[in-house]
Each structure stands twice: as structure tokens, then as C-alpha cells.
Design a protein around this ligand. Structure first.
Ligand SMILES: *Cc1c(COP(=O)(O)O)cnc(C)c1O
Length: 424
């Protein structure tokens, strides 16, 4: 197919994320990706500033990851997981338990991040029922979050973010605390902590769980907060028999400078969701990990009532184990520290520029927040003009490059962010 044929077929038949049909502006055709570069249908090459939405941390066509898929393909690409098990799933589960914060020992493999959040919620609801508190059916969270696009995850996304006014009468009504005060390094705000404690205490009798993204709120607004708030949540939830879910689908596997963002706070949640970078961006896979206490509670009363057709897909598990292996044997923390230095150097000069409200960097995440909604098509085109792939949204031009991005490509990404931020 020529690029023109691809675009014509796309326009006629294919939905894209958060798009009308046909989309407001045509997508770019990609026909290959290697290292940190996407190759467009017209031959141009773009440095990928998005890691395909947090996922492709080791870059594209990584020889070790390619080999893991090819090798597994020669054994079996898929078998059902009901009544069967296999080395790729067991190896991956064991590795996840070793890497995750202490105390999380059991792994439910799900097909996508949203489904892992559904499973995490189900775990908590079933645990509360199994332990004699069936009236605890609601979820608590803070504003500004994003937990996925299926219905229960949508119910805990930021209520201002679009989902709720579209779905207000369909979604379960959850309990929202205010958005956590901004700033990873900002002095913790004691009155905010008191408000968090008060909200959990007041609703404890009806709360099954509190769910939050630790340290970095991603698609809800790319905000960073102080890890202290997570310690406050851990204490108050534990004191009142409310479970705590950390959604680390975006932050997991090193992106914030720690293997898991929970480590910044030194706390372990009852349930942890991972996804996105789990397979190094190769295949869709996510997981919900839980403590023995949660697993025992559920299992004493019956079964965990979930079982996707493609649960534990061997290809996805094999490449996930290979990707985690690259993290374990490589220098991810040095790589992410270098991303942080490069992003700070490249983006800080934009602070105070016309139209720029804030610049923030944490680990391998760089954010330029504007004082207006970005024109997505114009901003994307401006970045592409600099040889960079970005996907801005709302008032945010942001980047989370693959960990293997070198300094020259980081500087190019920063130039792309600057160009996108200037489009008005
Ligand atoms: C992306 C994301 C999800 C949803 O994952 P999908 O794989 O897109 O379903 C949930 N929570 C967070 C924090 C995410 O970043």
C-alpha cells in the first residue's frame, strides 16, 4: 500500500484514540521503527518523544526483545490459561514479585491497563465482601487522576476531564478529594493531609478502596506531587480497613527515577497495577499484584471472578520478562537520570516564555504546560518539522523519551517541544 492508499483506507474505516470519524486531522503514516526513531511513509525519520505512550522504554526493534518474541513464537504463541500454565507466565510473575515493593506476592495477568484496574477494583470489592463488609462498595481518589477508559476506571478519572460530564448519569459516583498540591519537591501541605485523612475517615464505612497514581498523575494533567501524601493515605486507609490501590501503569519500571513510584514514599499498597512499559512496548499486557492478605480474603470465600480469553499470553509474557531482564542487567537508573538532566537543560529555558505557564521535569518525564489549549494538529506539525514525534493534549506539551535516547536526540526532542509550545 502507498501512503496515500493507507490514508484513504484509514479515513474510510478506522477509529483512532479519542477521535471522530474521520479524525479532525489525518494521522501520520509510519512504516517502520528502529531504536528511538519512527520512519514515516514519506521517508522522513522522527525521534520518538513519546515512547509510544510510556511503553517503548528500550526503543524499537531491540535485538533482545525481538529474539524473545521469535523464540517464544517457535514454542507457542498462545494457549488458554484456564487449567493450563507455562514457563513464560510463571517466570514473569516471579520477576514482577521480586521487583515490586515488598509484600506484593500474587499476580493477575490482564490484557491492558484499564482491565488491570477493573481487576484491582474487583479484588477490593470481593475482599470487602469476603471479610463481612459488603456495604463498602465505593472508591475514593483525588482529583486530577487518570485510570483508563473502561467504566469503573472512568469513574475515578478526574471529574473535570471530560469523562464525567459525558457519562455523569452512567458512572458509579465515587468520592473525590481535592487534587494533591503541585510539586514533587514542594513542602507537604499539612492542611491538605488533614483533608485527605478526614475524607477517608468520613467515608470509611462505604469505601472499598482508595485508588491513586503515586507521585505522577499522567493523562489527567501531567502533575507531580510530594510522596508524603502517599504515606498519609497508606496510614489512614490501613487504620480503617480501606484497601489502597496504586496505579503505576504509567510510572512503573523506572520512569520517575525509581523502579516504582511507590518507592519514593517507601510504602506498599494492597494492590498494584502495572502495564504500559511492562513489555517494553511490544505487546499489550498489564497486571494487578496483590498482598497475601487480599488473596487469602478473596479465596476463603470463593474465586476471583475474572478470566480474560488471552490471559497470560505467552508471547507477551516472554517479551515482558526480556524487557524486565534488560532493566535488571542494564543501567536504567543512570539512563533515566541522564534523561532528567537533558530534559531540564532543554526545557527550563522555556520557563517564562510567552504562553508558557509551567515547566516541570521528573525522571524521564518533561512537561511544558501552556496557558491555553494547544492546537494539536499545529503543535504536532511543528514538532514533526523539528524531526520529533510528540502528541500534545489539552494545555500540555510533554515528552517521556525511551530510556536509550542519547544526548543529541534529547536536545532534538527539547527543540521539538519548544516548537510545539510556540504554535499558540
Ligand atoms: C494508560 C493508563 C491506564 C490505562 O491503560 P490502557 O492500557 O490504555 O488500558 C490506566 N492508568 C494509567 C495511570 C495510565 O497511564
Amino acid at each position: 500500500m502507498t501512503p496515500e492508499e493507507i490514508l484513504a483506507g484509514d479515513r474510510a474505516h478506522v477509529w483512532h484514540p479519542y477521535a471522530a470519524l474521520p479524525p479532525a486531522s489525518p494521522p501520520y503514516v509510519v512504516d517502520g521503527a528502529q531504536g528511538v526513531r519512527l520512519r514515516l511513509g514519506d521517508g522522513r525519520e522522527l525521534v520518538d518523544g513519546m515512547s509510544s505512550w510510556w511503553a517503548a522504554i528500550h526503543g524499537y526493534r531491540h535485538p533482545v526483545l525481538d529474539a524473545a518474541v521469535t523464540d517464544q513464537l517457535g514454542r507457542m504463541s498462545h494457549v488458554m490459561f484456564g487449567g493450563l500454565t507455562h514457563a513464560p507466565a510463571v517466570t514473569l510473575a516471579r520477576t514482577l514479585v521480586e521487583l515490586a515493593p515488598d509484600g506484593l506476592e500474587h499476580v493477575f495477568l490482564a490484557d491492558s491497563g484499564s482491565v488491570s484496574v477493573e481487576v484491582a477494583v474487583k479484588m477490593c470489592l470481593q475482599y470487602q465482601r469476603a471479610t463481612g463488609r459488603p456495604e463498602r462498595r465505593r472508591l475514593g481518589t483525588w482529583r486530577g487522576g487518570y485510570h483508563g477508559d473502561t467504566f469503573h476506571p472512568m469513574s475515578v478519572c478526574d471529574p473535570e476531564g471530560g469523562m464525567h460530564h459525558l457519562w455523569g448519569d452512567v458512572l458509579p459516583r465515587q468520592i473525590f478529594a481535592p487534587v494533591p498540591p503541585a510539586g514533587f519537591d514542594a513542602e507537604p501541605d499539612e492542611s491538605y493531609c488533614a483533608a485527605l485523612v478526614e475524607a477517608v475517615e468520613r467515608h470509611a464505612h462505604e469505601l472499598a478502596a482508595v485508588i491513586v497514581e503515586p507521585v505522577v498523575q499522567g493523562a489527567g494533567g501531567m502533575r507531580f506531587h510530594h510522596p508524603h501524601y502517599l504515606r498519609v493515605l497508606r496510614e489512614v486507609t490501613a487504620a480503617h480497613g480501606v484497601l489502597l490501590i496504586f496505579d503505576e501503569i504509567a510510572t512503573g519500571f523506572g520512569r520517575t527515577g525509581r523502579m516504582f513510584a511507590a518507592e519514593h514514599a517507601g510504602v506498599t499498597p494492597d494492590v498494584l497495577c502495572v502495564g504500559k512499559a511492562l513489555t517494553g512496548g511490544y505487546l499489550t499486557l498489564a497486571a494487578a499484584l496483590c498482598t497475601p492478605e487480599v488473596a487469602r480474603g478473596i479465596s476463603a470465600a470463593g474465586v476471583l471472578a475474572h478470566g480474560p480469553t488471552f490471559m497470560g499470553n505467552p508471547l507477551a509474557c516472554a517479551v515482558a520478562s526480556a524487557s524486565l531482564g534488560l532493566l535488571r542487567t542494564g543501567d536504567w537508573s543512570g539512563q533515566v537520570a541522564r534523561l532528567e538532566t537533558g530534559l531540564r537543560a532543554g526545557l527550563e529555558p522555556l520557563r517564562g516564555a510567552p504562553g508558557v505557564r509551567d515547566v516541570r521535569v521528573l525522571g524521564g518525564i518533561g512537561v511544558v504546560q501552556l496557558d491555553h489549549e494547544v492546537d494539536i494538529a499545529a503543535a504536532t506539525a511543528a514538532a514533526v518539522g523539528e524531526g520529533v514525534w510528540l502528541r500534545p493534549f489539552r494545555d500540555l506539551v510533554y515528552t517521556m523519551p525511551p530510556y536509550v535516547t542519547d544526548d543529541a536526540d534529547l536536545a532534538r526532542i527539547a527543540a521539538g517541544v519548544a516548537a510545539a509550545a510556540r504554535t499558540g
